[in-house]
Design a protein around this ligand. Structure first.
Ligand code: COA
Length: 172
């Protein structure tokens, strides 16, 4: 649900050289936060975080930190920016769980879409997620992403449950 009082104080800050943030490592070690991501299989440390950020940078990435007032509550990024094919992948994380369900992901995805289309002049944004990640799926669909593909039972979600991998895309 949209919480306008909170959304008024949400700002994105573009980060040129992402430094290793203790917050980020803490979020990635939180099983609730990584429940719908392969990050759940990894024990995150400052070192692994550095490696991850380095790999993103190599993959043409623009990072934004998400702030509520002065508090960093998550991040959102465009990666695999491919100028030739005019496309990129979007990824995001609201690490502070008390900020979930307030419309923040929907809001910041919208802002970053504008950046990709207007500033980077890209034509296509895509991503993928676990089919049971309802919040992520909804935040994308509310920003006009469409489900464009699916691999059935791709992920082992729990001992007895497999879930689909869904691909979502947005064309300018
Ligand atoms: C997924 C995530 C980004 C959603 O962020 P958020 O700021 O809570 O999302 P929003 O508030 O914009 O919610 C979008 C929609 O999902 C719904 N929603 C949010 N959390 C939900 C949940 N746990 N279960 C069901 N629906 C949920 C909201 O109610 C909203 O729908 P509505 O507008 O119809 O009410 C956040 O939970 C998160 O960072 N999770 C961990 C990392 C992750 O999964 N990243 C994405 C990987 S693909």
């Amino acid at each position: 649900m949209k919480d306008e009082k909170i959304l008024n104080y949400i700002k994105l800050q573009k980060i040129i050289n992402p430094s290793i943030s203790k917050n980020w490592v803490k979020w990635l070690n939180d099983k609730d936060v990584t429940k719908f991501s392969d990050q759940r299989f990894i024990k995150h440390t400052i070192k692994s975080q550095r490696k991850y950020i380095t790999s993103l940078i190599k993959n043409n990435t623009v990072f934004f930190s998400i702030f509520y007032k002065k508090k960093n509550i998550g991040n959102i990024f465009l990666t695999k920016i491919d100028e030739k094919n005019e496309n990129c992948k979007i990824g995001y994380l609201i690490g502070e769980k008390s900020f979930w369900k307030k419309g923040i992901a929907t809001f910041v995805i919208g802002k970053v879409i504008d950046y990709a289309f207007m500033k980077l002049k890209l034509k296509k944004i895509y991503t993928w997620c676990y089919s049971n990640n309802i919040a992520s799926k909804k935040a994308l669909i509310k920003n006009n992403f469409k489900i464009e593909g699916r691999i059935k039972e791709f992920y082992k979600f729990s001992k007895n449950q497999r879930v689909d991998k869904i691909y979502l895309g947005l064309l300018r």
